[in-house]
Design a protein around this ligand. Structure first.
Ligand code: FES
Length: 160
């Protein structure tokens, strides 16, 4: 098993890339696999994906830095993406962002000292009808209030 990706996945990506005409299609999946295994995508992860798929490292890097759900630096166990687009802003998103920063004791781009949460801004999550919204991992939470946020964070802390 590689530190970046289990050998079975290394073999699988190599085989899939060899079998298709456009291996670039696999870049996001391969980056997500590295991230799922390693927690984030270091430079060596970009190089590994490029080598497995037979593409240039810069082509992998372009995609890794385009998607805000691919992390090129270490992050906490749970990453909180807070929407800062128009609907959420109009429905009190600033107060939600301020509450999160206060209760977590960190600013945007930072990770709590216990390594539990990283806080990041993001553009529209597609939950405008439930603004203000945030996403933790792959779960979206809407109609946020300070009380609701506290309960959500407690839920994650209690499962840790
Ligand atoms: S503007 Fe926040 S979810 Fe769309």
């Amino acid at each position: 098993m590689s530190e970046l990706l289990p050998q079975v996945q290394v073999n699988a990506f190599r085989a899939k890339a060899a079998a298709i005409e456009h291996p670039h299609e696999l870049i996001v999946d391969a980056l997500r696999a590295v991230q799922a295994h390693h927690g984030w995508v270091p430079d060596a992860g970009v190089d590994l994906v490029a080598e497995l798929l037979g593409v240039l490292p810069v082509e992998v890097e372009e995609i890794a830095t385009f998607y805000d759900k691919i992390f090129r630096r270490p992050v906490g166990k749970r990453v909180i993406h807070v929407c800062d687009s128009i609907c959420c802003w109009a429905d009190g998103g600033d107060a939600i962002a301020a509450h999160l920063q206060k209760v977590l004791g960190i600013g945007f781009g930072e990770t709590t000292s216990d390594g539990m949460f990283t806080l990041l801004p993001t553009c529209c999550l597609g939950a405008c009808g439930e603004a203000p919204a945030m996403m933790i991992g792959l779960t979206t939470f809407g109609t946020l209030t300070p009380e609701k946020i506290d309960a959500i964070l407690d839920g994650y802390r209690n499962e840790a």
